[in-house]
Design a binder for this molecule. Structure first.
Ligand code: GLU
Length: 388
């Protein structure tokens, strides 16, 4: 083993590890319902598939510019303006192999040894690992179910120090479903104005999946004076059920976009040419199905929240957005030891979930409810059978 110091600082992604394990068990003939990965089960829209096929037939199978075709950069700029209210020229947009790669490159391109990155916790599994890989230090900003997993401007101010380089925002949030309303974001904007060195990464990948009734809001739109230090990350994976296409987009200051593309020119090179053509169709094509998908997610959320809260020892708040429930199983910890052991126990009973400790939490687990109702009902039945 000759692992680098950087790799030694990080663990494998537990969302993907649990999903791979569930797939392996299924291939061995076991009946496993996987609610571990956040992946819409809906079919990718037909016009997107048609665009991918047309790109293949047209011979779009060669290199493209590293940061994406100018066609896709224009389509992404349209998406940022129309869906997030962020007006950017294509020169301030870049395309990567999924939002994850955009975040990875942004951190690797900017974070030096010892720099601090403030991350609201519970967090998405890859945020802290990416920061640590880059040499940065993770500063958790703890949030709690009783506050809808949201922090305040004062909480943020208390964490900012001389080494703070980035604040990470994720609304709607994975794994909590937290949605930051406009007044909270405006308050954060005031704090950030007092700390002009702090950059913000706003991960808006779940923007269309919001059950609050209020429109999605984002910092770069609400505080345009701060836009030159905000990187907004979005994509088509969650909105258009295109996880396998691996297309993420990011909008930010030109120096940062160029830095990310410099890194990308030596890592993956351009994102898949066929996927890029499909993403153009996703951004430019009809968007009216999104509201219907969101309603289906809401019905599934309500089903899972009711079923989980009926199981003794389990409790989940009702998430405001995204498609995850963060289930508290603290009363069961004396029996199971810790949430990883509980996750393995549930896997034995045919349900794959991800333990809360993967997200910087403890004593619980995350359920992805981006699966059909029949599967969700059966999964909740199995969970009830496994813990009661
Ligand atoms: N973001 C999704 C999740 O949390 C996809 C898997 C991953 O990349 O972590 O399940």
């Amino acid at each position: 083993m000759h692992l680098s110091a950087a790799l030694s600082r990080i663990a494998p992604s537990q969302t993907t590890a649990m999903t791979d394990r569930a797939t392996q068990l299924r291939e061995e003939g076991r009946d496993i319902i996987s609610l571990s990965v956040g992946e819409p089960d809906f079919a990718t829209p037909p016009h997107v598939i048609a665009a991918a096929k047309a790109a293949l037939d047209a011979g779009d199978t060669k290199y493209t510019p590293v940061g994406g075709t100018s066609r896709l950069k224009q389509a992404a700029a349209l998406h940022f303006a129309r869906d997030l209210g962020i007006a950017v020229p294509p020169s301030r947009v870049t395309v990567s192999a999924g939002g994850k790669q955009a975040i990875f490159h942004a951190m690797l391109a900017t974070v030096s040894e010892g720099a601090e990155v403030i991350v609201p916790a519970p967090w998405w599994v890859s945020y802290p690992e990416i920061i640590r890989f880059a040499g940065g230090e993770v500063v958790p900003l703890l949030t709690h179910a009783k506050n809808n997993f949201r922090f305040t401007a004062a909480d943020l101010e208390a964490q900012i120090g001389p080494r703070t380089q980035w604040l990470l925002l994720n609304s709607p949030g994975n794994p909590t479903g937290a949605c930051y309303p406009a007044d909270l974001l405006l308050g954060l904007g005031e704090v950030l104005r007092r700390h002009p060195r702090v950059l913000v990464l706003s991960d808006d990948i779940y923007a269309p999946i919001n059950y609050t009734g209020a429109p999605h809001v984002t910092l770069a739109n609400l505080c345009p004076d701060l836009a030159d230090r905000i990187l907004t990350v979005s994509g088509v994976s969650k909105s258009h059920a295109m996880t396998g296409f691996r297309i993420g987009v990011a909008a930010g200051p030109e120096w940062l976009i160029q830095a990310m593309e410099r890194l990308q020119s030596h890592s993956s090179g351009n994102p898949c040419s066929i996927s890029q053509a499909a993403a153009v169709a996703a951004f430019e094509g009809p968007q009216d199905f999104l509201a219907g998908w969101c309603e289906r997610f809401r019905a599934r959320r309500d089903l899972v929240v009711a079923a989980i809260n009926a199981i003794p020892g389990l409790r989940t708040p009702t998430p405001d957005g995204a498609f995850y429930c963060m289930v508290d199983a603290t009363p069961l910890m004396a029996r199971f030891g810790d949430d990883r052991k509980l996750a393995l126990h549930l896997l034995e009973h045919g349900v794959a979930i991800v333990p809360a400790s993967a997200f910087g939490g403890s004593g619980g687990f995350r359920i992805s409810f981006a699966a059909d109702e029949v599967k969700l009902e059966e999964a909740c039945r199995r969970i009830a059978g496994a813990v009661t």
